[in-house]
Ligand binder design. Structure first.
Ligand SMILES: [Zn+2]
Length: 462
């Protein structure tokens, strides 16, 4: 039971985060109040915006409680929260043993708090709220550094953002504020937009991905339970969870790269060899060149590249294959359905993105088999690894000699699992799909080389 004399109400304007000290109520006893003067504690009612919230043993304790709540609310962000609420204390004349002080938790529920923060807008859209302008600037710098960092071989000359980026001072609830680390994580992850897509005639998972500027693996992930083998019908609706970066770092600079000059395979007719026979008379070896170029990069994608200087450090040595005068038996032996010799197998079971032959940009010397970075691919036939390593525009590349003048090449790998000189068997995993070298996206570029010339792999695959 609390007793109160309204005349003891004392209004104190609360100036957080500083605790106002020394504002003790002047004790005036009126009439029968004498009893309380003698026996009461210095207990006070805590009032928030005019509402009596509870009792505190004394005003100082009450102020400490409020201060603790403000500290706690801002703790995860390293600041003390503030409040616009009106905090007042009113004298409570109660016996010492009757004081049941309010808890911090109860105050937390009643007090509205805010912190001064910085809102980051990208292209006029509010994206994140950070604890301060400084933190917002640090976030932007950290994000730039992910994509634009000078090193011994890379001289960054200009960095900017493609979007209009601004920070604005705001007051906000602490829950809405992200720490620098969390904001950077979100910025790296990008913005996920959920769209619905209606399957068109002749669509495949791969084609849908390409139409929407996504990866096949992302399209499949947007539709849980689906695989590349899941059939889709025109008119069917599927989900697309498209991830776009919030922010684009535009970086200009000059870079010096060492590139491998892949060796060529040349064929020479040798009449001393029997029909269909061939042998390597000179082993090929890769050369190396140093290329200096200027570039413009948007996030991790190089959008333009201009070679300013090129220096051959080591010339490539051709691989020379001597072959018998008649090569027909070799071709027949490996051609589709001949049944004479076990032929080549698919290095990766998937669909073809691009076929052998002329296409815009020149002659395509192999087939591009769809795949995602990290998909394992296998040797098309048994043989010996001629080379396994970086090969310029082929990226990480493997060449296997299967004998009888037949070789296969596997390009753009993210990882090579074999090395030169090693024997491999048909179906053995030799590398992982990637997008290294001159590749717009992950796939396996697969070539069949017959007596030094590339041939259409589809004529040799089952
Ligand atoms: Zn290709």
């Amino acid at each position: 039971m609390f007793l109160q004399n309204r005349q003891w109400l004392q209004k104190i304007s609360w100036k957080s985060p500083k605790v106002i000290g020394g504002a003790l109520a002047v004790f005036i006893v009126l009439g029968s109040g004498g009893y309380y003067l003698i026996n009461s504690s210095s207990a006070a009612y805590l009032m928030i915006n005019g509402e009596r919230i509870g009792i505190v043993t004394n005003q100082g304790t009450g102020q400490n409680l409020i201060q603790n709540v403000l500290k706690e609310k801002g703790a995860s962000l390293g600041v003390v929260a503030k409040t616009h609420d009106k905090i007042e204390f009113a004298k409570a004349l109660v016996g010492k043993d009757q004081v049941q002080p309010i808890s911090e938790g109860e105050i937390q529920k009643k007090l509205s708090v805010y912190i001064d923060a910085a809102e980051l807008t990208i292209g006029d859209k509010p994206i994140f709220i950070l604890p301060s302008q400084e933190e917002a600037q640090k976030l932007l710098k950290s994000y730039q550094d992910l994509y634009a960092k000078s090193s011994g071989t890379n001289q960054v000359t200009k960095v900017s953002f493609e979007e209009n980026v601004e920070t604005k001072a705001i007051e906000t609830e602490p829950d809405k504020v992200l720490t620098l680390d969390k904001a950077l994580e979100k910025l790296k992850q990008g913005d996920t937009q959920k769209l619905e897509y209606t399957v068109q005639a002749n669509d495949s998972w791969w084609l849908i991905a390409r139409k929407n500027n996504m990866k096949t693996v992302e399209v499949l992930a947007s539709n849980p339970g689906t695989t590349l083998d899941t059939k889709i019908k025109p008119g069917q609706k599927i989900n697309l969870e498209k991830v776009t970066p919030y922010l684009t770092v535009v970086c200009e600079g000059t870079r010096v790269d060492q590139e491998t000059l892949p060796f060529d395979v040349v064929a020479k007719t040798d009449s001393s060899l029997g029909s269909g026979q061939s042998k390597v008379t000179q082993a090929g070896s890769d050369g190396q060149k140093e290329v200096k170029y200027t570039y413009v990069q948007k996030n991790d994608k190089v959008v333009s590249k201009n070679v300013v200087e090129e220096k051959v450090l080591k010339a490539a040595v051709n691989q020379v294959v001597a072959k018998g005068p008649n090569q027909t038996p070799v071709v027949v032996a490996y051609s589709r359905g001949s049944g004479q010799v076990s032929g080549l197998g698919w290095p990766l079971s998937s669909h073809i993105n691009s076929y052998y032959g002329y296409r815009s940009g020149g002659f395509h010397t192999g087939i591009d088999i769809a795949g995602d970075t990290g998909d394992p691919y296998v040797a098309a036939a048994s043989g010996r690894v001629v080379s396994a390593g970086w090969a310029g525009s082929y990226g990480n590349c493997i060449v296997i000699d299967h004998g009888n003048g037949i070789m296969t090449r596997y390009a753009h790998s993210s990882k090579l699992l074999v090395s030169a000189g090693q024997s491999v068997s048909k179906g053995q995993t030799i590398g992982l799909v990637g997008a290294t070298g001159n590749a717009t996206g992950p796939h396996l570029h697969f070539e069949v080389i017959i007596n030094g010339d590339t041939a259409n792999p589809l004529n040799y695959l089952p």
